[in-house]
Write a protein that binds this ligand. Structure first.
Ligand code: XLS
Ligand code: MG
Length: 345
């Protein structure tokens, strides 16, 4: 029998969030980074994801030397706890310098800020022992179509990616597409767009992607097919599983919370394509509901992993040969019911 895939899991400090939304304040008190790290360990997760300023707080006001020093201290703590850093991602959507976008800002000084900050993130990643730089291109899009050009924006992004690839010979860029929010429309809205940009860069084999379930749903696409698509190219280097109820604000619900069948399909393609066999992690980019009490604060993470593991069992116990017979007979009606009853059973 073929060796079964085992999975390793991670989340980011921002996934233990405090409940604020655009209409109201936080509902839970802030927790320290140390507390979050301890909880990650307690929950039995393997790695943590980092925004650059999760790793080095207040990064904009620190020298390169100070950034390196703090990154080294963090690495020591992670090693002491036996926790890996899965990736580093420059947070390019908070600063006054990224109001009009980061790499695609119409202001040259702001574009330079974004590139410099990305290079610092790569340095931090290197110190933390990860070659993966995740790029969620939050503000690379338009509020107003006439204010930017898509072609110019793409050229600017390629220019920025090239600087990152040249800065470190090992770094791999994982583009995390999302079609909208905070922007009206993003310039790299889907995995297809991300993979089409890769060959334009100086080292296409170091440009890949990260898929997030909710972002696919927001693009009106099927997350399982998006995963299959990226894995056909060998380009799925990270994964943010969560859930999303239709075309509205980004909900980051627990994995499987809205559409269990879609979650099953996602796990099934991960199994089929042996996701994780090259060291990739399963990350849960999930948030607690705003109503969550402090004592239940970690349930969304634990539950997402439980659901994932149960769906791995479901994927492995699915009667594939019976499904193939039904497919050969073109009896998709029976196949549909077979999936439903398998999930209910
Ligand atoms: C937001 C993104 C963000 C990234 C990391 O929608 O998912 O959390 O995963 O920058
Ligand atoms: Mg994400």
């Amino acid at each position: 029998m073929a060796k079964q895939q085992t999975y390793r899991f991670c989340f980011g400090p921002w996934n233990i969030s405090e409940g604020s939304d655009p209409y109201g304040p936080t509902t839970r008190p802030p927790q320290t980074f140390d507390w979050k790290l301890a909880k990650l360990k307690e929950l039995g997760f393997d790695a943590m994801m980092f925004h650059d300023d999760d790793a080095v707080p207040d990064i904009d006001n620190k020298s390169e030397q100070q950034i390196r020093k703090e990154a080294k201290e963090l690495k020591k703590r992670l090693d002491g706890e036996g926790i890996a850093a899965e990736m580093v991602a420059p947070r390019l959507w908070f600063s006054p310098m990224t109001i009009d976008g980061a790499y695609t800002s119409n202001d040259k000084k702001c574009r330079q800020y974004a590139i410099d900050r990305s290079l610092r993130s790569i340095d931090i990643g290197k110190i933390l022992g990860t070659d993966l730089l995740v790029l969620w291109l939050a503000r690379e899009g338009t509020y107003l179509r006439e204010s930017k050009s898509a072609k110019r924006s793409l050229e600017l992004m390629v220019e920025a990616f090239d600087k990152m690839l040249a800065h470190d010979k090992k770094v791999r860029l994982a583009i995390e597409p999302k079609p909208n929010e905070p922007m009206d429309h993003a310039y790299i809205p889907t995995i297809g767009h991300a993979l089409a940009v890769a060959p334009l860069t100086r080292d296409p084999k170091r440009v890949g992607a990260l898929i997030e379930t909710a972002h696919c749903v927001l693009a009106g696409l099927d997350p399982a097919d998006e995963i299959d698509f990226a894995m056909t190219f060998g380009k799925l280097w990270s994964l943010h599983l969560n859930d999303q109820n239709g075309l509205k604000f980004d909900q980051d619900k627990p994995f499987g919370s809205t559409n269990l069948r879609s979650a099953f399909d996602q796990v099934r393609v991960l199994e089929r394509n042996k996701y994780g066999s090259r060291g990739e992690y399963v990350c849960f980019d999930v948030h607690p509901f705003r109503t969550t009490k402090v004592e239940h604060w970690l349930a969304h993470l634990d539950n997402s992993r439980r659901t994932f593991l149960k769906l791995v069992e479901k994927a492995r116990s699915f009667n594939d040969s019976k499904a193939e017979d039904l497919i050969a007979e073109r009896n998709y009606q029976a196949l549909d019911q077979m999936v439903i009853e398998h999930l209910l059973g």
